[in-house]
Write a protein that binds this ligand. Structure first.
Ligand code: A4P
Ligand code: MG
Length: 175
């Protein structure tokens, strides 16, 4: 992976398609409709094909204070896409889709109509504030790992291992 790819939305496409993992979350508004519309928009992205999506799962909101059973619940899902978009270009498209669904950035981890996170981009490692891949918190989040496993039972998070093992360890830790 060329470092250049991480530097801007105008980065050139990759030569070969890469499998990217996108996590979707919504806890305000018509959540299911929003997720369906967002997946349709992923299918229409340039240089992108083979979009596969998990079943949605309803999850308790994780806030900066911890799990909050009183906050509106999330619907989460994970989509796999094959894309030649550079990571930065893909992220820019994800932000556009969020904006079209009324996403307002008020507080970190606050309620939102739609959040799209880039969880992994092939086995690329990118470590910049605007884009950290693999997503630095994915391995500790059941609301990402569970739908990811649903859409890909063989999934692995680069640098962390098999998603099935990560999920099992998290659930054992919760007991
Ligand atoms: N950014 C850096 N790397 C990435 C990446 N891999 N994917 C930058 C997406 N964005 C990335 O994101 C803040 C900044 O992170 C952006 O400028 C982007 O360039 P944001 O979407 O504006 O803010 P955020 O989502 O509130 O922050 P953050 O830290 O990304 O939050 P998380 O970790 O995504 O958590 N509870 C449940 N049950 N389900 C959820 O889906 N989601 C969150 C958000 C919290 N609690 C949740 C859920
Ligand atoms: Mg986010």
């Amino acid at each position: 992976m060329s470092l250049r790819l991480a530097h801007g939305a105008g980065d050139p496409p990759a030569d070969e398609p890469v499998e990217a993992v996108v996590a979707l979350g919504a806890n305000l508004g018509a959540r299911a409709e929003t997720l369906t519309a967002a997946v349709d928009e992923l299918r229409r992205l340039p240089l992108t094909s083979d979009v596969r999506v998990s079943a949605p799962v309803e999850t308790i909101a994780v806030t900066l204070q911890g799990a909050d059973a009183d906050a509106p619940r999330y619907l989460n899902a994970v989509a796999l896409v094959r894309t030649r978009l550079a990571p930065s270009a893909l992220l820019a498209h994800l932000h556009d889709i969020e904006a079209r669904h009324g996403r307002v950035r008020r507080e970190r981890w606050g309620d939102r109509t739609l959040d799209l996170d880039l969880i992994a981009y092939g086995d690329a490692r990118i470590d910049e504030p605007a884009l950290t891949v693999p997503h630095p918190r994915a391995h500790e989040r059941t609301f990402v790992l569970e739908p990811w496993l649903d859409v890909d039972p063989d999934a692995a998070l680069p640098g962390r291992g098999r998603v099935a093992d990560l999920l099992r360890d998290l659930r054992e830790g919760e007991r």
